[in-house]
Design a protein around this ligand. Structure first.
Ligand code: HXC
Length: 258
C-alpha cells in the first residue's frame, strides 16, 4: 500500500498507521481520511494482523479538520457530499482492536478521531481539545457525543464551550486516556501493548470489543444479555479450549484464532 498522507507499516501482528501531513500538523482532509479508511480496510482483511495502532507526529496527532478545506464549504456542499459521514467514521466500524497513540495536539476532528479508537495512549506532551467554537463552528465527528460518555457532561461542556485544551494528566484523570508514557517511549510502549493484545485469540478480542461497545448502545440488562450470549458462544472456539488447557498444563497457550 502506498499513500501520500499516511504511512503504513507492520510490526509483527500489529498494523501501524502514521498520519503524515507534517506541515499542516496532520490536519485532516478528505484525501487523508480516504487513505486512512483504505489502510484500515487492508489491515482488517489481513489475517496476520491482530491489532491496529494509529499515531501522528511528536508535535501533533492531528490539529483538527483542515480549516482551509472547510472554509469554502456551503451548507449544500456539506450536505450533498455528506461531509464527514461519507468516509471519516471507518475506524468505528473496525472489528479488530484499534489504539490511538497521541503525542502533541489532538484537537477538534483530531480529538474525535482519537476517541473513535478503542483506547487512547498519550504522551506526556499530549493536548486534547474541541476548540471549534473559536472558529464559529462545533464538533462534527462525535465530540459532543463521545466526550460526555468518556469524561462526563461537565468536562465535555467545559471543553466544547470554552475551547480550552487539557493536558495528558487531566485527560487521564477524566477518563479520556488509558495510559500515559514519556513522549520518547509512547510509540514503542504502544506497539508493545498492541503486540500483546494481538497474540491473544483474535475472535475473543473482537467479541470483548463488541461487547464493551454495546454497553454504550443498550440498556444494562440488554448489554449483559449480549455479553452472556457472547460468553456462551466462546465455548465453541478451539482457542477457548487451548487457553484453559494451557493454563491447566502450566504451558503458554498457542492461539489459532479459531
Ligand atoms: C489547517 C492547520 C490546522 C488545521 C494547523 N494548521 N492546524 N491547517 N487546518 N486544523 C497549519 C497552520 O495553518 C500552519 O500552517 C501549520 O499548520 C502550523 O501551525 P501553527 O499554527 O503555525 O503552529 P503553532 O503555533 O504551534 O500552533 C499549533 C495549534 C494551531 C495550536 C495546533 O495550529 C491551531 O490552533 N490550529 C487549529 C486547531 C483547531 O482549531 N482545530 C479544530 C479545527 S475544526 P502554515 O502554512 O501557516 O505554516 C475541526 C472540526 C471538526 O476540527 C469537524 C468534524 C471532523
Amino acid at each position: 500500500m502506498s499513500f501520500e498522507n499516511i504511512i503504513t507499516e507492520t510490526h509483527g501482528r500489529v498494523g501501524l498507521i502514521t498520519l503524515n501531513r507534517p506541515k499542516q500538523l496532520n490536519a485532516l482532509n478528505d484525501q487523508l481520511v480516504d487513505e486512512l479508511s483504505s489502510a484500515l480496510d487492508g489491515f482488517e482483511s489481513d489475517e496476520r494482523i491482530g491489532c491496529i495502532v494509529i499515531t501522528g507526529s511528536d508535535k501533533a496527532f492531528a490539529a483538527g479538520a483542515d480549516i482551509g478545506a472547510m472554509s469554502g464549504l456551503g451548507f449544500m456542499d456539506a450536505y450533498k457530499a455528506d461531509y464527514i459521514t461519507r468516509n471519516w467514521e471507518r475506524i468505528k466500524t473496525c472489528r479488530k482492536p484499534v489504539i490511538a497513540a497521541v503525542a502533541g495536539f489532538a484537537l477538534g476532528g483530531g480529538c474525535e478521531l482519537a476517541m473513535m479508537c478503542d483506547m487512547i495512549f498519550a504522551a506526556d506532551s499530549a493536548k486534547f481539545g474541541q476548540p471549534e467554537i473559536k472558529l464559529g463552528t462545533m464538533p462534527g465527528a462525535g465530540g459532543t457525543q463521545r466526550l460526555p460518555r468518556a469524561i462526563s457532561k461537565a468536562k465535555a461542556m467545559d471543553m466544547c464551550l470554552s475551547g480550552r485544551l487539557i493536558d495528558a494528566d487531566e485527560a487521564e484523570r477524566a477518563g479520556l486516556v488509558a495510559r500515559i508514557y514519556p513522549a520518547s517511549e509512547l510509540l514503542s510502549e504502544t506497539l508493545k501493548a498492541a503486540q500483546s493484545i494481538a497474540q491473544f485469540s483474535l475472535p475473543v478480542a473482537m467479541m470483548i470489543k463488541e461487547s464493551i461497545n454495546r454497553s454504550f448502545e443498550s440498556s444494562l440488562n440488554e448489554g449483559i444479555l449480549f455479553e452472556r450470549r457472547s460468553f456462551h458462544s466462546i465455548f465453541a472456539l478451539d482457542d477457548n479450549k487451548e487457553g484453559m488447557n494451557a493454563f491447566l498444563n502450566k504451558r503458554p497457550p498457542v492461539f489459532k484464532n479459531q
